[in-house]
Design a binder for this molecule. Structure first.
Ligand code: PA5
Length: 461
């Protein structure tokens, strides 16, 4: 029996949500959501829930069913690549890189790439996301092409940054290896875009991003699962965590569905309580990139000019990432005493793999002796609770997400939780959370300015 099929282990590894500090009477009703405000959302929430259920049933929203996919081919390819290569270089951006980066940071050691092969259990992981020439040339200079697998990840198969970085990486491979196609893996749409036919023509290994899953909802497809499998993360357990959250997010009941409660809180905080900013603040370095992944999901999904009827609405909360305890010495002063315009979501980890006991060295030094014998993990979580209390005392709403420990099961829950939260929030705002016309427009202008056939140069740059 795997641990994620053991009911006791599952119960002990469920992510928990506490929203009381974002609600009245804990927070004054000018800033906290009152029970009657949640109740007032019942009808629109049900309408949004039913509309999403219809689209899911019609096969338009593939992300909902990803927890139940058969990922054995991805796991197999992951094992194969892990045996063949020392380095795995992911070339992608946005939804094609943020999720893999988040999972890796949360589930592998912080200095993973510095560990020995035995300690790592898989190839080193590198990413080419931005087209900053300094980063790209530094990464390629550092790696041995003969020992590197290049995974080109693009849903559309046409994103300029990914295309450019691929071309640079390909040239780098070609100068050193006899058969670059043996080093290349494409993760892309099964039929659309230019990457698929190119990869097939050249005989690369390929994986599919289902056509009904958009970029920022694709972490639980091959986009995120392949790099995870290559680096030794248990993707079956990751999907089991997502499936567990799928069950918890089925009903439209705000008391039992954590994704809907989070979405309702954020929506009401934004539209009724003057909170246009959503802070995502994990108290764990390893969750910094999960916050970054959430930022893209929330911003790109909800920042929309028009509603479903085409009326101008200009919706969207601005997501702001922060990391505890570092940001206690940076942004928290603003959160506590600046404009009361934020809803803060804390994520805290209950059990760290190594909590690190703080040794005692200076019993005579009052600024240090009280720490002796405590753990860094406890100090971190005490600081989270302290920040939360300071906010509450100033009538500033916050939410607490408790993660029993960081493992593939809890990370699978978190990815799925935030995706469902975003989908239903789109319904509450009355917009389409699955498109990104603003991003597409910028892409088209770039193509034109860079001379791509069929795209006029409107930039004059
Ligand atoms: O969510 C989205 O659709 C975008 O953020 C994309 O992930 C991003 O633009 C990269 O696109 P692609 O995967 O097509 O290269």
């Amino acid at each position: 029996m795997t641990r994620h099929s053991n009911p006791e282990w599952i119960a002990a590894n469920r992510v928990q949500l506490d929203t009381t500090r974002a609600e009245s009477p804990t927070i004054d009703s000018a800033h906290g959501i009152a029970p009657k405000e949640f109740a007032g959302l019942t009808a629109p929430l049900m309408a949004a829930h039913n509309a999403l259920a219809d689209r899911r049933k019609a096969g338009e929203l593939g992300f909902y069913d990803l927890p139940y996919q058969d990922a054995s081919a991805i796991a197999r390819l992951g094992g194969e690549l892990a045996d063949e290569f020392d380095n795995f270089l992911l070339v992608g951006i946005g939804g094609s890189s943020l999720g893999p980066k988040a999972a890796h940071a949360a589930l592998r050691e912080p200095l993973y790439n510095l560990l020995s092969r035995e300690e790592r259990g898989g190839p080193r992981l590198f990413l080419l996301e931005n087209i900053d020439p300094t980063t790209v040339s530094a990464v390629l200079r550092h790696l041995d092409p003969a020992r590197t697998c290049v995974n080109v990840v693009s849903k559309s198969g046409g994103t300029a940054e990914t295309a450019a970085n691929y071309l640079v990486a390909r040239d780098w491979l070609t100068r050193s290896v006899a058969r670059p196609s043996d080093h290349l893996v494409a993760t892309t749409d099964p039929s659309k875009g230019d990457l698929r036919p190119l990869a097939e023509r050249e005989g690369w290994r390929t994986l599919e991003i289902p056509p009904n899953v958009g970029g920022r909802f694709s972490q639980l497809t091959a986009v995120g699962l392949l790099p995870a499998a290559v680096c030794g993360i248990d993707i079956v357990e990751l999907l089991a965590g997502a499936a567990d959250m799928e069950e918890r997010t089925r009903s439209a009941d705000l008391d039992s569905n954590p994704a809907y409660r989070l979405a309702a809180l954020h929506y009401l905080a934004d539209t009724r309580k003057g909170k246009p900013i959503a802070v995502m603040m994990p108290y764990a370095d390893s969750l910094k990139y999960l916050a970054d992944w959430f930022v893209q999901l929330w911003a790109e999904s909800l920042g929309k000019a028009v509603d479903l009827q085409g009326n101008p609405v200009h919706t969207g909360q601005t997501p702001l990432p922060a990391v505890g305890a570092i940001d206690q010495h940076s942004q928290v002063q603003l959160f506590v005493e600046g404009p009361n315009d934020k809803l803060v979501t804390f994520m805290r980890v209950e059990r760290f793999a190594d909590p690190v006991t703080i040794p005692g060295a200076h019993p005579e030094v009052g600024a240090m002796n009280y720490l002796a014998g405590a753990t860094l993990a406890r100090l971190l979580n005490v600081e989270q609770a302290a920040t939360e209390m300071v906010l509450r005392e100033r009538n500033r709403p916050s939410v607490r997400i408790t993660i029993p420990e960081l493992n593939p099961f809890t990370m699978g829950q978190l990815f799925y939780l935030f995706e469902v939260m975003t989908a239903i929030a789109g319904g509450l705002y009355g917009i389409d959370p699955f498109d990104q016309p603003g991003v597409e427009h910028g892409k088209v202008l770039t193509y034109g300015a860079m001379g791509r056939a069929g795209f006029p140069n409107l930039l004059g740059d």
